[in-house]
Design a protein around this ligand. Structure first.
Ligand code: C5P
Length: 233
């Protein structure tokens, strides 16, 4: 049973969510999907009709977008068996994976004020888990670098572009969603935005263990991470 913190970062399509959640189950730990928080915040912005340039990675301004995010009530369960996301009391777990939110989320998450607000909330959730004697696996883009720089284990997942696009495609099909005209192009676009933004860009922490998942199945990745976590905890 894990007592500490495991940070799992990396671009989309590396199997990050499946891996982080599966690891939490194996380790008897809690699980926090920070991407779901940025997605739910983005859904709030879209619903409020706040003006947003989805191709922008500006870190400042956009006071109306920030105001919507600060006013939204997000509620995430940290049970890996049932990772529920609520926005103002409504279960939005399916809607936040849709193409509208996916297309806009990088622009919302580029804003410094949005990040400051959600990072504080992420740290609060982690502190609460640790205070209750539980460990927690936290996944995102900046967990090892910014949110939890003292995490006992930091993992950075990678995979080839082709493998990542194939996985995202399969995920969309399984969920009965159309991935849009070009899943590979959309992933590449989001990676570029996430990696090139000024505020907390996607990059591995200096002390992160990089795991290339291209040639591994989910159990292979989980075996490797479980070994690493048990060594460090
Ligand atoms: O992981 P997921 O694909 O659900 O994340 C959606 C988006 O949320 C990412 O493309 C990124 O723009 C943003 N994000 C972030 N920082 C995190 C987690 C997600 O900026 N820690």
């Amino acid at each position: 049973v894990l007592r500490g913190v495991v940070a799992v970062d990396g671009p989309s399509g590396t199997g990050k969510s499946t891996t982080a959640r599966g690891l939490a189950m194996r380790l008897g730990a809690r699980y926090l999907d920070t991407g779901a928080m940025y997605r739910a915040a983005t859904l709030a912005v879209l619903r409020a009709g706040a003006p947003l340039d989805v191709a922008a990675t500006t870190a400042d301004g956009h006071d109306d977008v920030v105001a919507v995010v600060l006013g939204a009530r997000l509620d995430l369960s940290t049970d890996p068996a049932e990772p529920r996301v609520r926005l103002d009391g409504e279960d939005v777990g399916a809607e936040i994976r849709g193409s509208e939110v996916t297309g806009a989320v990088s622009a919302v998450s580029a804003l410094t004020a949005v990040r400051a607000h959600l990072v504080a909330e992420q740290r609060r959730v982690v502190d609460e888990a640790l205070a209750a004697g539980a460990g927690i696996v936290v996944e995102g883009r900046d967990i090892g670098t910014v949110v939890l720089p003292d995490a006992g284990l930091k993992v950075f997942l990678t995979a080839s572009a082709l493998v990542r696009a194939g996985r995202r495609d399969a995920e969309n099909t399984a969920a009965g969603r159309s991935g849009g005209p070009d899943v590979a192009a959309d992933l590449a676009r989001r990676d570029t935005l996430d990696s090139s933004r000024a505020a907390s860009p996607l990059r591995p922490a200096d002390d992160a263990v990089e795991v290339d998942t291209s040639a591994l199945d989910i159990d292979g990745v989980l075996d490797r991470l479980q070994d690493l976590a048990e060594d460090r905890d």
